[in-house]
Ligand binder design. Structure first.
Ligand SMILES: C=C(O[C@@H]1C=C(C(=O)O)C=C[C@H]1O)C(=O)O
Length: 113
């Protein structure tokens, strides 16, 4: 059998012998995830600057597009699409709240980013 695809994310999960190891592995992944989430958040500031009106901050069509897309990505990596959808819906709500704050801040005379 020929192997065409690269390793799925689920196959990278290490077999652990203790909770100490589980937590060390989770902490190491959080050290990768948090900077990426901060970088993603920076695009909310960019969006807040570019959007012409505050009623454009929440975009339901875009939210549903992202949910469908990440569900497919999750399945392809051997993950649970329902878990990834829940994480993304919650994450996007937090980012939308942040984008509303940024929309106001950028129009209150603060330095533009
Ligand atoms: C960044 C945007 O603003 C909001 C934030 C989103 C996100 O966190 O990806 C998605 C949809 C928008 O409601 C956007 O419209 O793309």
């Amino acid at each position: 059998m020929s192997s065409s695809k690269t390793t799925k994310a689920i196959e990278k999960t290490a077999h652990c012998s203790s909770m100490q190891e589980v937590r060390a592995r989770v902490d190491a992944l959080d050290d990768i995830l948090v900077p990426l989430l901060v970088e993603r958040g920076g695009y909310m500031t960019q969006a807040a600057r570019i959007k012409a009106s505050e009623n454009q901050v929440r975009d339901e069509k875009r939210i549903e597009f992202i949910v469908a897309r990440v569900r497919e990505r999750a399945a392809a990596e051997g993950g649970n699409p329902d878990v990834i959808e829940a994480i993304y819906r919650s994450m996007m709500e937090a980012y939308i709240a942040f984008e509303h704050e940024e929309f106001a801040r950028l129009r209150a005379g603060a330095t533009q980013t």
